[in-house]
Design a protein around this ligand. Structure first.
Ligand SMILES: [Zn+2]
Ligand SMILES: [Zn+2]
Length: 240
């Protein structure tokens, strides 16, 4: 064992650092909380994707079935995601949201930044806006996970985060307890924009941890466009 590895073992005894996904020991001095092995095994979205919503298109083509059939269904211009919402990515997001692991935002944000760099349209972004939580859930959780991700992305990309502009109007029921149709109804009209002048003629990037039906991202995009935004892009960590 090298001296360096020996010292790292000693440090690990006092400051245990483990992978948040598999529990394996990580070097104490590493800032990441996800080991390389886990990261490589995550279901990355790569190869051909729908030009609009970013859904993988294993058989090729420009747009996915939904975006072709309902071209006006989504109010955003383009969206991309880093991983599919399944297997260990799903488990990790649940920990991030419900088990007080806010620190995972650092790793998630860096993975999102890698994806952001892959698509040149993101270079046009004027401001990032995290998808807001309703106030009760914000207080209960202590943080808005989308806001944490936006802050990490902002540090890496130098694109500023715009706060106090996009709000939840009413207390919505928790989305995952509802059916697809109920979700759409629940989410529609639940956002509003204050201070329109900040978004007028701007290109906005919406940030969220996960996109399920796209109803949330779409509803946010609609109010931003109504407030005068020139374009709305979205980037999420995972895609269901
Ligand atoms: Zn691991
Ligand atoms: Zn699509």
């Amino acid at each position: 064992m090298s001296m360096r590895n020996f010292l790292l073992r000693i440090i690990n005894l006092f400051y245990p650092n483990t992978c948040s996904s598999c529990g394996e020991d990580l070097h104490a001095l590493l800032k990441t909380k996800i080991c390389d092995k886990c990261k490589k095994a995550f279901p990355a979205i790569k190869g051909l994707v729908c030009q609009k919503c970013g859904m993988p298109l294993p058989d090729g083509g420009e747009f996915c079935y939904m975006c072709r059939k309902y071209p006006r269904e989504h109010n955003f211009d383009k969206m991309r995601s880093v991983y599919l919402y399944k297997n260990n990515v799903r488990k990790l997001i649940l920990k991030f949201k419900y088990s007080n692991r806010a620190f995972l935002a650092k790793d998630f944000g860096l993975f999102m930044y890698e994806t952001m760099k892959n698509y040149s349209f993101y270079d046009e972004t004027d401001f990032m806006i995290p998808v807001p939580l309703n106030i009760l859930r914000r207080i209960k959780r202590g943080y808005n996970q989308a806001e944490l991700l936006a802050e990490v992305l902002s540090l890496k990309s130098n694109v500023p985060v715009l706060k106090n502009v996009l709000f939840r109007k009413k207390i919505t029921k928790q989305q995952f307890k509802l059916s697809k149709i109920e979700r759409a109804k629940n989410i529609k009209d639940s956002f509003s924009v204050k201070n329109n002048e900040f978004v007028k003629d701007k290109i906005i990037l919406l940030i969220d941890d996960i996109a399920t039906t796209l109803a949330t991202i779409s509803a946010c995009s609609l109010v931003l466009k109504r407030a005068g935004a020139k374009k709305v892009y979205a980037l999420t960590f995972a895609r269901d």
